[in-house]
Design a protein around this ligand. Sequence first.
Ligand SMILES: [Zn+2]
Length: 342
Amino acid sequence: MQFQGRLTKAGTTALVGATLRVADAGEGGATLILTRADMAGSTPVTIAHVLPKVGGGDLRLRLSTGDVLRLPADMDTAPLERFFPEPARLGSWLTRLETVGWRGVLLLSVLFLLALAGLRLAIAPAGDFLARLIPDTLVERASGLVLAQLDLALLEDSRLPDETRQRLTGEFERLRLLAPPAFADTRLHFRHAPAIGPNAFALPGHDIVLLDELVTFANDEDVVLAVLAHEFGHVVEQHALRQIMRSAVVAIAVGMIVGADESVIEEIVGFGGNLVLSSQSRAFELEADHVSADWMQRLGRDAGALPRFFSKLQQECGGLCDGGGLLATHPSFRNRIEALTN
Ligand SMILES: [Zn+2]
């Protein structure tokens, strides 16, 4: 069995004709033999890596010699697949879905859904386990970098009067006293961001960002404190980091199924950034709501402030805030008010 293609020699861009041949049983069984047009004789090789196919293009194989062999897209390369390294074999198995017929697609879909269901159950514990392995110093550095990125892209310096900021910093101190010692150094950052609207968020480390727009919109310091306590809940439960590690687990698992390369890492990084602003899971939100209610009570402050804020958002911001934009993945306000008042 012969496969004729073109070979890019390791470290060059020069192309030469080459043939890959499956050795006969007499020649040592199932090995591959490479013959190059520019060299006499032939060498046994293995396939080190199957390069990702670019839009129906040639199949590109990196061989154990470092050379890259291109085989035409229309060539039947299926008999070569048993020589592919493990993950690529899985990947090509998926890209060939169209050749297996509708029964095959149906069967594969069911298997895929079952695998996905299994994966779903594993995501949270695996992500949380990874989150515990990340050293604090690294998390703190990442948190600072995320804030620097947000400052470049979205956030401006706070325009609140100094007096207001000082008062809120004083209130925040009281929250810090309630936090477990490991989180007592949590910092409050004031920012202005008309594009985001009334919001506050916790970064992966010990950082909370409060937007001027929330302070102005709420117009009620118990509410602002309740929101800060909610964000503090995200910090002490390490929700942002756990969420990022959970999405990393998803990206890695997807990579293992469809064939991984560097883009997976980019995916994780991009994903992580988005998550900070938009994608706290429902369970995390409810957990943070309860930390807020608990701490407000311990401070002797109005425990009804957070539900009041949700009602106000619901009334004045309506569907816009309760289903779209930055709060898209939060539980609906009605659910959260119910959870807090029951
Ligand atoms: Zn939240």
